[in-house]
Write a protein that binds this ligand. Structure first.
Ligand code: UDP
Length: 329
């Protein structure tokens, strides 16, 4: 099997590449390194089954060639991270809508099976927990940039489903809930790497809002396996699936755990949302997936709980900082 991963040098994309290479697939990555990093794919370079191109999905001839050379496509290239989205709404909308359109168009030429990575953000501020795939989506006003991400990803879903219906393109859509693990950076706002970096450097650990908002953190290794299983499953075609953990935790509880696991000295500080993001920023109070559908279709379920996830992420940070510097060439 030859897989193309757009966004394959990103956090989730590189874990997906690792999973596919480990099971013997050939993997080609297309990534413009906007939020990805060479370091994420460096370990795969010696593998003869691995190739990559550093370029954007807007390079249509290259995209077409890479899609042609693949049996299946995983489309992960996107603007991600709440901080990035609030700071760069134009880039978010253009990359997420225009980019996905190009990838779907390329895949549809030869009817290459494609997985489109969407996000739990599309549920918006819905309060109907747990979120099911056929629930209504509830967005805020257009002057709150956060919702541009949700809306752009919802358009991606509409587009992918339209290609499935009209052009018979084999499409699977996965809504990824908070996915975490080593190689995730805190630069674009993600809470676990930020808390762990803060905890390891002595604090303070900065909780936004009152900290009573909840999330479910899924282990990236589980999530990428779920994606690969779904793309291989005929029954999943033309369908949308939640992928994530159902272990709900408040951000205050998360901060306390990180503080304890990183030495117990870091204090926890609360910062109002408008200071952390922008005036009028809206957060969702609870975000919990129903994972019944993916369980029914592929038998997938998460295997790593939040305590173990934190231990692994902290260990990976510690090993990075204790590793001796690489010799200069
Ligand atoms: N958060 C926080 N401190 C941080 C970063 C995030 O308290 O330094 C909160 C954020 O407001 C949200 C939750 O942690 O309620 C998860 O944030 P993240 O950006 O990781 O993912 P989201 O669920 O917002 O997409």
């Amino acid at each position: 099997m030859r897989a193309l991963i757009t966004g394959g040098a990103g956090f989730i994309g590189s874990h997906l590449a690792e999973h596919l290479l480990a099971r013997g697939d050939r993997v080609a990555v297309l990534d413009d390194l906007s939020t990805g990093a060479m370091a994420n794919i460096e370990p795969f370079k010696p593998n003869p089954k691995f190739t990559y191109a550093i370029d954007t999905i807007f390079n249509v001839p290259l995209l077409a060639e890479m899609v042609d050379n693949a049996d299946v496509v995983y489309h992960l290239a996107a603007a991600v991270g709440v901080r990035l989205i609030v700071e760069n709404p134009t880039r978010t909308i253009e990359t997420n809508i225009g980019g996905t359109e190009l990838v779907l168009k390329a895949a549809s030429k030869k009817l290459k099976p494609i997985l489109v990575a969407s996000t739990s953000e599309v549920y918006g501020k819905s309060t109907k927990v747990p979120f099911r795939e056929d629930d209504d989506l509830v967005f805020g006003a257009t002057n709150k940039s956060r919702w541009s991400y949700a809306a752009s990803k919802a358009v991606d879903e509409f587009l992918a489903l339209a290609y499935a219906k009209e052009k018979k393109l084999p499409v699977v859509i996965t809504r990824l809930f908070n996915t975490v693990g080593p190689r995730q950076t805190g630069r674009y706002g993600m809470v676990i790497p930020r808390f762990v970096e803060q905890g390891l450097s002595g604090g303070p650990i900065t909780v936004y809002g009152d900290g009573e908002q909840t999330r479910c953190f899924g282990w990236v290794g589980d999530v990428v396996k779920g994606m690969a299983d779904l793309l291989a499953c005929e029954k999943a075609e033309g369908e949308v699936f939640n992928l994530g953990s159902t272990e709900e935790i408040t951000i205050n509880q998360l901060a306390a755990k990180v503080a304890a696991k990183t030495g117990g000295t870091a204090i926890v500080e609360h910062i109002p949302y408008e200071k952390a993001y922008e005036e009028g920023f809206e957060d969702m109070k609870r975000r919990v997936p129903s994972i019944d559908k993916v369980g029914r279709v592929t038998g997938w379920k998460p295997t790593v709980g939040v305590d173990e996830i934190l231990d692994r992420v902290i260990a990976s940070y510690r090993s990075q900082t204790t590793r001796p510097p690489r010799p200069r060439r």
